[in-house]
Design a protein around this ligand. Structure first.
Ligand code: FAD
Length: 479
């Protein structure tokens, strides 16, 4: 007899309650590749690439401790039940998920396992706190982030993270069990064409990479975080989002680590608070997803369902390819396409540009990010898009329209970020790099820029676009 640990988006040994529970006992560690588990939403391309590496790393980590990662492809419920029967499993353990489809599936599996005499237990492996422990009396999350976060902090210190077990025991794969496959055979990495070239540049997939990234951030990034997190180049954030997304790192790890750093050096308190509150936004997003399963498809503020979005295919294509003529937007969209990552400030600017300057439905942008971000997250991505659109919980007011030129000048004053991702503007003086159309002809000539040829002219005029967006907003308010 043995236990089964069913792994999903919790690909680590550290602070992994399901794995800690089987330390020293024979167990099967199984990943079942079932696309139905993402709220009916297949993983995007960049996330698949990241998943492959995350699984490979988990396989290595398990191997080092005497265990083995088994990979099966197909319908998770059917496979898990067949595996439990073939193995004569005593217990099946897993970390909880918060997408409605996944919750429904887990409930079915739990009931079916129990009927067959298998103990089934789930744990919190993805969040600092469970959404239901933070809900108001009506079961909903607090309406504003600050109220939500007060509640979160009010629950007291987080439980200490669990150490990774030192010894795991691999149970043999039962002869009658569903057929196993390999990580490579899942076909997660693009082959033809292989566009993944630069994804490896910024990402350090796997638990070891995540721990090293966290250590580096604590050592060099945290002190400056509160002031520098909005700076585009050099970036000053932790770069842990994909690791958190795939559970290579438990959120309790960075949270307790920054708290410990503050205890040792109280001057870090402001930076640590800021950082913790960013982890708090992730928790808020999950609480929203849990309460609103259709977070990615329906505006939380119902009046936004009547918003007069435009069909603008050329506009969408220009945005997605980083050819809007607004350098900071283009730099962000190209960074995203090349590396599967975009700085948070630029995500806000680029998303705002799509929704407000182009009046394109936020759902299209959300879907593009879902496909291209390595950290594409079922909760944080739609919640953030709705926040930018003005339709979400505690959202930015619709009428606050980012000016991409001013944002660029403020957060990328010397243009280093733009120059890195938009090489056509490499030699343009800093005073024009965020608005090349304002540069005198000599400056453009010196920099080798021909607007409309080497780099696009702006596809919309900021002032006109702003007025159009405000008029559209006024229309839904009147309605
Ligand atoms: P840090 O500044 O170091 O923050 C630490 C951690 O806190 C992050 O790793 C992340 O897990 C969390 N976090 C930070 N900001 C937010 C936020 N606003 N909302 C939720 N969690 C946050 N984040 C994702 O993880 N996946 C997404 O799919 C995603 N889509 C986004 C879409 C838009 C339009 C916007 C505006 C933001 C989105 N974010 C998303 C949030 C944020 O941009 C990223 O988490 C952050 O840029 C990741 O970089 P970092 O790890 O260096 O962040």
């Amino acid at each position: 007899t043995c236990d089964i640990v069913w792994l999903r988006d919790d690909f680590r040994l550290d602070d992994q309650p399901a794995i800690a529970a089987v330390a020293g006992r024979p167990a099967l560690f199984v990943y079942i590749h079932d696309q139905r588990l993402q709220n009916g939403r297949p993983l995007g391309g960049a996330a698949k690439w990241r998943l492959e590496r995350s699984l490979a790393s988990l396989g290595r980590r398990l191997g080092e401790r005497g265990a083995r990662l088994d990979v099966v492809e197909g319908e998770a419920d059917r496979i898990l039940l067949a595996l439990a029967a073939a193995a004569g499993a005593e217990r099946a353990l897993w970390s909880r998920r918060y997408e409605a489809d996944a919750i429904a599936l887990d409930r079915r599996v739990k009931a079916a396992l129990r009927e067959r005499g298998v103990e089934a237990a789930s744990f919190n492996g993805r969040l600092m706190r469970e959404p239901w422990d933070l809900a108001r009396a009506d079961g909903r999350p607090a309406g504003t982030f600050s109220a939500f976060w007060r509640r979160h902090r009010g629950l007291g210190p987080l439980p200490a993270p669990l150490a990774a077990p030192t010894r795991l025991v691999a149970a043999p794969w039962p002869a009658e069990a569903p057929r196993r496959t390999t990580i490579e055979a899942l076909g997660l990495t693009p082959m033809a064409p292989d566009w993944s070239g630069d994804l490896a540049q910024g990402e350090t997939p796997g638990e070891d990479g995540a721990r090293a990234t966290l250590a580096r951030f604590l050592d060099r990034g945290l002190g400056d975080y509160a002031d520098a997190r909005d700076r585009l180049a050099p970036a000053a954030t932790s770069r842990l989002s994909a690791a958190l997304r795939f559970g290579e790192l438990s959120p309790r790890r960075p949270a307790t680590a920054v708290e410990a750093a503050t205890a040792a050096d109280p001057r870090l308190a402001a930076a640590a608070d800021k950082y913790l509150s960013e982890l708090g936004w992730r928790e808020f997003s999950y609480a929203l997803l849990y309460a609103h399963p259709d977070l990615a498809t329906r505006a939380l503020k119902a009046e936004f369902e009547a918003f007069p979005f435009r069909d603008d295919e050329p506009g969408f294509r220009a945005w997605a390819r980083g050819r809007t003529g607004y350098p900071v937007v283009d730099a962000g969209m190209r960074q995203l396409w090349r590396t599967g990552y975009m700085h948070n400030r630029v995500r806000m600017i680029a998303a705002s540009f799509l929704i407000k300057h182009l009046l394109i439905d936020w759902r299209r942008g959300e879907a593009w990010f879902w496909d291209t971000l390595c950290d594409a997250d079922p909760a944080s991505n739609p919640a953030s898009w709705q926040w930018v659109a003005g339709s979400g919980a505690d959202a930015a007011p619709y009428f606050r329209i980012f000016n991409p030129v001013l944002q660029g000048e403020r957060f990328d004053p010397d243009g280093a970020y733009v120059r890195r991702w938009v090489p056509e503007l490499q030699r343009l003086e800093a005073s024009f790099v965020h608005a090349p159309w304002r540069a005198p002809a000599e400056a453009l000539a010196r920099a080798g820029v021909i607007l409309g040829k080497t780099y696009p002219k702006p596809i919309v005029d900021h002032d006109a676009a702003r007025a159009r967006a405000l008029a559209a907003f006024a229309a839904i308010r009147r309605a």
